[in-house]
Design a protein around this ligand. Structure first.
Ligand SMILES: [Zn+2]
Length: 419
């Protein structure tokens, strides 16, 4: 399969982009024109890399707007967990279909997920054409029997994942240090080492997590994970809000990857990830950006997340130069590609063909003094016109195959679940 995008802006210059299979084969002047199966007119459009949502729980789109503005523990115990307990594999399939649809419509071509019913999510991702790192939630609540079940389930899913489409990366998803026992965390460490897997975990999200960890283990969360040799360059630590200087040094020492989730942190009043301090510790290129789940965001629009990240950091550091537009854009593209070991995150020859075309006629993008500034501070998901992932056109002129059916079915399931 081949696609030619004609007369499109690439870093300020008019270019033709020729895609062969799932790779950007050639970026050339607009005169040279290779014959391709599909031709997209790129006039008044700009090509940017597909955005990366580095931490989410896609199935929770079904809970969008179901319960907000509550105390965290009450919110989880009386609203979120009871509904999640009722969810079937098919429910998660439709919830993830809805999430993939929303991500495609807002220019996201990759997401890093942790949710129940792995198979339901995998099926939705395979069909949608999007790329994802997919973990099952590993929670044992310090119960040995449950821990053994979880290990067996993950071993089975890992084997199963080898038969899945290549766009799906199997990862391990130990939920957090307060829901997973030390023994299980050590099992995760060994299994991940043996099979070279990424490990997706929530870390130091709220103050109570740090206090409980000190009570249980006599150490702060990052120190504890260091003490059991859990940390590695394959660790994807989400949130990282409450960190001591020593913990930042440990994260740097082990080359740990970090995901900032500003909207969720603000909505759940968790605190702020110390971006400038992590940058000073030499971790800037290790940080990516995520929306977290729809129950605590409440959407998956990475344009919105970029703006909020930048403003959040500025507001709380008192420094207007903190997290500027170009760095923010890197969190959602280049840094995340490195984190997930993907040859993408920029528009260049030889890279994976995960390409988004922005509609430069959208009022939010006029005038175009500086595209990166417009992307981070002014645009929103509706400025995306075309989305290509793995060389396949998933949206053109904002049309996505099967959109109405996905919305209708997800709505029906969501209402049924909360009835
Ligand atoms: Zn989360």
């Amino acid at each position: 399969m081949s696609t030619l995008i004609k007369n499109v802006l690439v870093e300020g210059k008019k270019r033709n982009i020729y895609i062969e299979g799932n790779v950007i084969e050639e970026i050339s002047g607009t005169k040279s024109s290779k014959a391709a199966e599909f031709v997209i007119e790129g006039k008044d459009k700009a090509a940017i890399p597909g955005l990366f949502n580095a931490h989410t729980h896609a199935g929770t789109t079904l809970l969008r707007g179901y319960a907000d503005d509550m105390q965290l523990q009450e919110w989880l115990e009386t609203k979120i967990w009871p509904v999640e307990a009722k969810m079937t594999e098919d429910d998660v399939y439709w919830g993830t279909k809805l999430a993939c649809l929303e991500m495609i419509k807002s220019g996201t071509t990759f997401f890093n997920d942790m949710y129940w019913h792995w198979r339901g999510s995998a099926r939705a991702i395979a069909e949608s054409g999007i790329r994802a790192a997919l973990s099952a939630v590993f929670i044992d609540n310090f119960d040995e029997g449950v821990a053994n079940e979880q290990m067996k389930r993950n071993e089975a899913l890992y084997e199963e994942s080898k038969k899945q489409v290549e766009r799906i990366i199997f990862t391990l998803g130990p939920h957090a240090i307060y829901t997973v026992s030390e023994e299980s965390l050590c099992w995760v460490r060994d299994f991940a080492d043996k099979h070279d897997l990424l490990v997706h975990i929530h870390l130091s999200e709220i103050k109570e997590e740090v206090e409980d960890c000190i009570k249980r283990y006599g150490l702060r969360p990052v120190e504890f994970l260091d003490s059991i040799d859990f940390l590695s360059p394959r660790t994807i630590a989400c949130h990282c809000v409450h960190l001591s200087r020593k913990e930042m040094e440990l994260l740097k020492k082990h080359d740990v990857k970090i995901v900032h989730n500003p909207t969720s942190n603000m909505k759940l009043s968790s605190g702020r990830m110390p971006y400038e301090e992590l940058k000073r510790a030499g971790l800037h290129s290790n940080i990516a950006l995520g929306t977290d789940g729809c129950a605590s965001n409440n959407n998956l629009d990475m344009f919105e997340e970029m703006k909020i990240a930048s403003l959040f950091q500025k507001a709380f550091s008192g420094d207007t130069t903190c997290l500027p537009a170009n760095e923010t854009f890197e969190l959602a593209t280049r840094n995340a590609a490195k984190m997930f070991r993907l040859n993408s995150g920029v528009i260049a020859e030889g890279k994976l063909a995960d390409v988004v075309l922005l509609d430069l006629k959208k009022v939010e993008l006029v005038p175009n003094h500086n595209l990166t500034s417009n992307i981070v501070y002014s645009a929103n998901g509706s400025c995306v016109d075309t989305v290509i992932c793995d060389g396949r056109i998933l949206m053109e002129g904002r049309h996505v195959e099967g959109e109405d059916e996905i919305k209708d079915k997800a709505k029906e399931i969501a209402y049924e679940l909360v009835r």
